[in-house]
Design a binder for this molecule. Structure first.
Ligand SMILES: [Zn+2]
Ligand SMILES: [Zn+2]
Length: 246
């Protein structure tokens, strides 16, 4: 191992890891009636606003329990969760290309919430048709992380349910483009971290090279540690897969 992932110092990293653990515990099956995404067939589900409101409240409660949100911030989030129009704005933002959070109040909170929300929200959503044929074998959603293993194999990680599957190393997982002229890289995040980009569909995928950086972080912790890569990709004009949860 040459280094650790992300730019955080040991203390901040420890805090983020505790938060990720709290969220992951809350995702375990059978807790509070919010089903985890894994194993739940998403196809043909209508968007269920009651389900979405429950997911937003649940994540806010988990983040508050973990000490990441104040009572005022929880109240602001719950106020939005009560309104169907506000939830539609949250959903559009969470499933669209990177842009500002939907509300001025508690903007940083919404950014944290966006990272935590997808596994809770996935059961509330239909499978996006345009990605279903190339998406997660479990739930049909799009990958948001790629991991190059020691063997050189490329593993994609589902942005909704964390399922992992092996994929072609030289093909865009979103549009299928394999033309090397239209595939590239952006630097960002440090050694062993690369933002793979596709100019055919203007998408990006955060890629972790485990031959360079060691560790066994969970997908959620990786997303929290690598948030600056999302900003770098957005700044260069690339977005996540259309209809993805991130
Ligand atoms: Zn999935
Ligand atoms: Zn593409």
């Amino acid at each position: 191992m040459i280094g650790t992932i992300g730019l955080l110092g040991p203390e901040a990293r420890e805090r983020v890891a505790r938060l990720a653990t709290a969220i992951e515990r809350a995702r375990e099956p059978g807790r509070d009636g919010v089903a985890p995404a894994a194993g739940v067939p998403l196809a043909d589900r209508p968007i269920d606003h009651a389900c979405l409101a429950a997911a937003v409240r649940r994540v806010a409660a988990v983040l508050a329990d973990a000490g990441a949100l104040s009572a005022d911030e929880v109240a602001a989030i719950e106020g939005h969760a009560d309104l169907e129009g506000d939830l539609a704005a949250v959903l559009a933002w969470a499933t669209g290309r990177p842009a500002s959070p939907p509300f001025e109040d508690a903007a940083i909170v919404w950014s944290v919430l966006r990272l935590a929300l997808p596994p809770f929200v996935a059961p509330c959503l239909p499978t996006p048709r345009e990605t279903a044929d190339r998406g997660c074998p479990e739930c049909g959603m799009s990958p948001d992380l790629a991991i190059l293993q020691a063997s050189g194999a490329r593993i994609l990680v589902c942005g909704a349910c964390d399922m992992e599957w092996r994929a072609d190393r030289v093909r865009c997982p979103f549009c299928g483009n394999a033309s090397q002229d239209l595939l590239g890289y952006l630097a960002g995040g440090g050694a062993g971290l690369v933002i793979r980009v596709c100019d055919a569909c203007r998408t990006y995928l955060k890629t972790i090279d485990r031959r360079v950086v060691g560790g066994d972080e969970s997908p959620l912790l990786l997303r929290m540690l690598l948030a600056e890569m999302d900003l770098a990709a957005a700044g260069a004009g690339y977005g996540p897969a259309p209809g993805s949860l991130r």
